[in-house]
Design a protein around this ligand. Structure first.
Ligand SMILES: [Zn+2]
Length: 304
């Protein structure tokens, strides 16, 4: 534990500085955060081993999503409406789309409903739950290079042990002209500054990579044929819930369902919703200062 992390996973620099120490895990494990002096990337240290990760990603990590209520589904659709609209504008009808890190598969299911040939990829889903949900990594042989018109990647990069390699592999899957929409928590957010170790998106030790705008820029700078089209620090999908869950962690929908035998009581769901509406002004204000809860990038793969 006293040992420092090795080279920065993003820029390769050595000797990061200690940012935070003594962060507790769930199994009497303890972590620190180290910040790279070159690119400002923050790493969890030490990295959890496979055995420990399997304890965290218990078999119900994603199956929990099966207990989604109708109200929750409606909320999900509402949050995703903007994204769907943009995808429909940017892509031809029936385009092949991959949701990398699809979790319970809600997003690819929604995309299929909108007429896309959508697939979901995730390492931690049961095998063979559906023909369009693939259990595996981004380097999986079943994924054909250059075959996808779009890849979405929401809140996955922070989990990966080699984000540079995996982002390169993902870009290989895109057809020339294809787009990628990427979103990660923003450790430079006002939310992190205010809540510190209580900031919900820290999720230590499952999140091993903590990005700042500069370190994310450094990361995408290492990918060939990549053009950054747009960057934002707000998303309807995550920003408000990130603030609410930092204040009231017990409202997390997955935990709520686990405590209530797979059901999400409507009263708590409504409380969660109203608190998010209350948190929206803060989420949009921090984004207006460019210090919002998330970093969302629209990337394009150019030809040549
Ligand atoms: Zn670095």
């Amino acid at each position: 534990m006293t040992e420092q992390p090795g080279r920065c996973r993003i820029c390769g620099a050595q000797s990061p500085e200690l940012a935070l120490a003594g962060l507790p895990g769930a199994f009497q494990d303890t972590y620190s955060l180290y910040r790279c002096r070159e690119c400002s990337f923050v790493t969890t240290h030490p990295l959890p081993g496979e055995d420990l990760l399997l304890r965290y990603y218990a078999p119900d990590y994603w199956v929990r999503g099966k207990g989604r209520s109708r109200v929750f589904d409606l909320l999900f659709r509402a949050r995703m409406a903007g994204l769907m609209h943009r995808l429909q504008k940017a892509l031809p009808q029936g385009a092949r789309v991959l949701d990398w890190g699809c979790g319970d598969g809600a997003l690819p299911a929604l995309m299929r409903g909108k007429g896309f040939e959508a697939y979901g990829l995730d390492k931690f889903i049961p095998a063979k739950v559906s023909p369009w949900l693939i259990q595996g990594d981004i380097g999986d042989d079943r994924l054909e290079k250059g075959s996808f018109a779009a890849i979405t990647c929401f809140h996955l990069l922070e989990h990966l042990s080699d984000p540079v390699r995996d982002l390169r592999l993902a870009f290989d899957l895109l057809a020339p002209g294809g787009i990628m929409i990427l979103e990660v928590p923003n450790i430079s957010s006002l939310g992190f500054q205010v809540f510190g170790t209580r900031w919900q998106p820290l999720e230590i030790p499952l999140h091993v990579n903590h990005f700042t705008p500069a370190s994310l820029k450094y990361l995408i700078g290492q990918i060939d044929h990549l053009a950054l089209e747009k960057a934002a620090t707000f998303s309807w999908r995550t920003s408000a819930s990130s603030i609410v869950l930092s204040l009231f962690p017990k409202l997390a929908p997955g935990d709520m369902r686990r405590r209530n035998r797979g059901r999400h009581p409507l009263s708590w769901l409504l409380a969660y919703l109203f608190l998010q509406i209350g948190a929206l002004p803060f989420a949009t204000a921090e984004a207006a200062l460019n210090r919002g809860e998330v970093l969302r990038l629209w990337l394009r793969k150019y030809d040549g």
